[in-house]
Design a protein around this ligand. Structure first.
Ligand SMILES: Nc1ncnc2c1ncn2[C@@H]1O[C@H](COP(=O)(O)OP(=O)(O)OP(=O)(O)O)[C@@H](O)[C@H]1O
Ligand SMILES: [Mg+2]
Length: 236
């Protein structure tokens, strides 16, 4: 199967004044549609940097990134933003819901930037809320929801535009362990039943166990990928 996203010898170096901070030192990775991949590694190992590059939030310093067979390394910032909007969904550690909007409106929000009819928008939002088991809280604002419920709303918002890939940076870090387990189980169910591709980062060994594939980062490099080489991973 063709990879949905490929990283080829990707490097990211941040500039802080005159200092250079190497965050990624050449990582190569291919992820095929339908995968459920955890990016693990200690603090500072480059997990967020890698997700930001895959998520078209940032550009690499060197190397190439291919998204659905298109090289997005050199594309313009507006084109990168369009890829982000149309092909990716995001889930954040701190949920990032808009406090004045209720659950329904938060999930609807990304669709307002796209061309959907009012009816289609409504159908999509309700379907997404149902998929994450939170339709009965549609009118609740974020501060009227538990942490786990907020993250469910955020997952619905990530899914509502039918993205090719959902990216989640430490999606369970702000949840207690039982709720964290439930959220990962929900993501895994969406992955297995609907084929949604998930790439998420975590520190938590119990969350790593739920991953179908584990990519270990250490000091900006890949330590191992369940023992698979890049070529094997690309053709798995
Ligand atoms: N905007 C930035 N400017 C300068 N250096 C940065 C920036 N963002 C990250 N870094 C540095 O890059 C390295 C990798 O950071 P990154 O945030 O990718 O790590 P991480 O694995 O996500 O860590 P954590 O588990 O703590 O979230 C770190 O050394 C960090 O200090
Ligand atoms: Mg991080």
């Amino acid at each position: 199967m063709c990879p949905v996203v490929e990283l080829h010898e990707v490097q990211k170096t941040y500039r802080l004044g005159k200092a250079e901070v190497p965050a990624l030192r050449g990582i190569s990775l291919a992820i095929v549609p339908g995968e459920f991949v955890a990016i693990a590694g200690p603090s500072g190992s480059g997990k967020t940097s890698a997700l930001n590059l895959i998520g078209c939030i940032d550009k690499p310093t060197a190397g190439r990134i291919i998204f659905e067979e298109e090289d997005i390394t050199e594309i313009s910032l507006p084109a990168l933003a369009a890829t982000r909007r149309e092909k990716l969904g995001f889930i954040f550690q701190t949920f990032n819901l808009i406090p004045v909007l209720n659950a329904y409106e938060n999930v609807e929000y990304p669709l307002l930037l796209q061309h959907f009819s009012t009816l289609e928008r409504k159908q999509r939002v309700m379907r997404a809320l149902e998929q994450v088991g939170i339709a009965d809280r549609a009118k609740h604002k974020p501060n009227e929801l538990s942490g786990g419920q907020r993250q469910r709303v955020a997952i619905a918002r990530a899914l509502v535009g039918d993205p090719r890939v959902v990216l989640a940076d430490e999606p369970t870090a702000n949840l207690d362990s039982v709720t964290a387990g439930e959220i990962i189980a929900l993501m895994r169910r969406l992955n297995q039943e609907q084929g949604v591709t998930f790439i998420f980062s975590t520190h938590d060994p119990r969350i790593m166990q739920a991953a179908a594939r584990l990519v270990h980062l250490r000091d900006g490099r890949i330590d191992n990928q369940n023992g698979k080489s890049f070529q094997e991973a690309a053709h798995a």
